[in-house]
Design a protein. Structure first.
Length: 432
C-alpha cells in the first residue's frame, strides 16, 4: 500500500447541503448519548462546543463516506440510532475483511490570527510531513486522545478541517440557520442522564417541563415558539411551546431532554429577554445512582434560564472543507508513535514559539502511560518520555502544534494525545 509522499495524495473534500443538515440534526438530538471524552464543563459554552463538535463529526463522516464510495470502498456508518455508542465510527471493507475506522479531524480556522503559521494547503502539509521538533508552527501531528487508545478501533483516518471560526459567532458565512441551546449546569444530570432515561422508560414514568418567556421591553417579540427535543418510550419526540409572556406552558412527559430550538425568525427578533425552564413534575420516584453512589433522580428546584447568547447555530460554515491526509492501522500507529518525542506546552517567558520537552513524569503521567501500554517509553531515570505524546496542563490547553497554536494559557491541545506524523500514513487511494 502506498505511503503518503506528494501533495496530490491528500484529498480535499467539500460538503453538500445535506451533510450540513445531517450534522445539525444529530447535534440537536444525540448529545446525552455522546461520551464527553474531553470532560468539557457543563456550562452553556461548554455544551455548545460539544454540540458543534458533534455536528463537525457527522459532517466529516458524510463527506468521507461519499469519497470512499467513489473509489469503490464499501463503507457503512453505524448510525442505526442516535443512541448508538458507534455514532462516529465507520466500517470499511479492505482486503476482503471489514474493519472499524475512527475518523479523526482537527481544525484550522482561516480567519484566525496567523500566529506564525503559513496558510493551510496540501503543499504545506507535505513540506512538514516529517517534522516533530519543538517549533510548533511547523508541526502537523496526527492525534489520538490517550483515553481512546484502548478502544477496539482497527484503523485511523486523519483530516484537517478548514473554515472560518464558527465557535463564537452565529451568522457569518453559515450554510443555514438552526438555533439550539442545551441543558446545562446542575440540571444537566437530571434532564440528560442515560441511566435515568432507561429507568424512566422501564417504569413508564417521566417528567414534565414548564417554560416561560420573560420579555425585556416593548421591542421584544410578542411570542416565541420553542421546540423541546427529547425522548419518551424509546422514541424521539418534539414538543412545541408557544410562549407569550403571560403564562407558563407545560410540556411532557419526557424520559430525557436533548435541546431547545427556536425558529429562525423568532430568534432574529429576540433581543434581551430570557426563557426559563422548570421541572414541574417528576413521576419517577426511584433512586438512580451515579459512579459516586449519589442519587441523581433529584429534580432541580431552580429554573434553568436561557438568554439569546446561550444559543448556537448548528449549521456549520459554507466554506468548510476537509484535507484528508491519510490512514493507518492501529498497530502501525502504536509502533510509529514510539519513534518520536514527548512535548509539553511552551514557556512564553523563554520562547513562545517552541514546545518544551516532556522531561518530568508525574504520578498521573505514569498511570496514563502504563494504561496506554507505553511503560517501556519512560527513560531509565523515570523523567524522560521517549514517545510521541502531547500533554495538556489541565487548564484548557497544553502542548502546541499547527492546528492547536499557542494563544497563551488557552492554546494547545485540550487533552493529552498520542501522535504520529503525516509521513507515517498511507494514501487514501490505497484503500481501494
Amino acid at each position: 500500500m502506498s505511503s503518503l509522499t506528494t501533495a496530490a495524495d491528500i484529498w480535499v473534500l467539500t460538503p453538500e447541503h445535506e451533510d450540513f443538515v445531517a450534522g445539525a440534526h444529530y447535534a440537536a438530538i444525540s448529545m446525552p448519548w455522546t461520551f464527553d471524552r474531553m470532560a468539557l464543563n457543563t456550562g452553556i459554552n461548554g455544551q455548545n462546543r460539544r454540540a458543534l463538535n458533534i455536528a463537525k463529526g457527522i459532517l466529516g463522516q458524510e463527506m468521507l463516506k461519499r469519497a470512499l464510495a467513489k473509489i469503490g470502498v464499501a463503507v457503512q456508518s453505524q448510525r442505526k440510532s442516535h443512541r448508538s455508542e458507534d455514532l462516529f465510527d465507520l466500517h470499511v471493507g479492505l482486503g476482503g475483511h471489514t474493519f472499524r475506522l475512527d475518523f479523526k479531524t482537527t481544525n484550522y480556522y482561516t480567519d484566525y490570527q496567523p500566529l506564525g503559521r503559513d496558510p493551510l494547503d496540501r503543499d504545506l502539509i507535505i513540506k512538514n510531513a516529517d517534522y516533530f521538533g519543538a517549533e510548533w508552527f511547523h508541526f502537523f501531528p496526527m492525534l489520538v486522545p490517550h483515553t481512546q487508545i484502548r478502544t477496539n478501533i482497527e484503523l485511523y483516518c486523519f483530516a484537517i478541517a478548514s473554515s472560518i471560526d464558527y465557535r463564537n459567532q452565529l451568522f457569518t458565512g453559515r450554510s443555514g440557520e438552526r438555533f439550539a441551546a442545551f441543558p446545562y449546569g446542575e440540571a444537566y444530570r437530571f434532564l440528560c442522564s442515560r441511566k435515568l432515561c432507561d429507568a424512566r422508560e422501564r417504569d413508564g414514568k417521566g417528567f414534565f417541563l414548564s417554560l416561560r418567556w420573560h420579555k425585556a421591553g416593548l421591542i421584544e417579540p410578542d411570542r416565541l415558539r420553542v421546540v423541546v427535543n427529547g425522548e419518551w418510550a424509546g422514541q424521539l419526540i418534539q414538543r412545541e411551546a408557544s410562549l407569550t409572556g403571560s403564562h407558563d406552558e407545560t410540556v411532557g412527559p419526557f424520559s430525557l431532554v436533548s435541546s431547545l430550538e427556536l425558529r429562525a425568525d423568532d430568534f432574529h427578533e429576540w433581543m434581551n429577554g430570557t426563557i426559563s425552564l422548570h421541572v414541574v413534575q417528576n413521576q419517577f420516584r426511584g433512586d438512580v445512582r451515579d459512579s459516586q453512589k449519589v442519587n441523581i433522580n433529584v429534580h432541580p428546584r431552580e429554573a434553568i434560564v436561557f438568554a439569546k447568547s446561550g444559543f448556537c447555530n448548528l449549521m456549520l460554515p459554507r466554506d468548510y472543507s476537509l484535507y484528508v491526509v491519510g490512514w493507518c492501522t492501529k498497530p502501525d500507529f502504536l509502533a510509529d508513535c514510539r519513534q518520536y518525542s514527548g512535548w509539553i506546552w511552551p514557556n512564553d517567558k523563554v520562547n513562545k514559539w517552541e514546545n518544551m520537552a516532556w522531561t518530568q513524569i508525574t504520578g498521573d503521567d505514569a498511570k496514563n502511560l502504563v494504561g496506554a501500554g507505553f511503560r517501556d517509553c519512560v527513560g531509565p531515570t523515570g523523567t524522560q518520555l521517549k514517545a510521541g505524546w502531547l500533554k495538556t496542563h489541565g487548564r484548557g490547553g497544553g502542548a502546541c502544534c499547527y492546528m492547536y497554536p499557542n494563544v497563551s494559557k488557552g492554546g494547545g491541545v485540550k487533552e493529552t494525545n498520542l501522535y504520529v506524523l503525516p509521513r507515517n500514513l498511507k494514501t487514501m487511494g490505497s484503500l481501494s
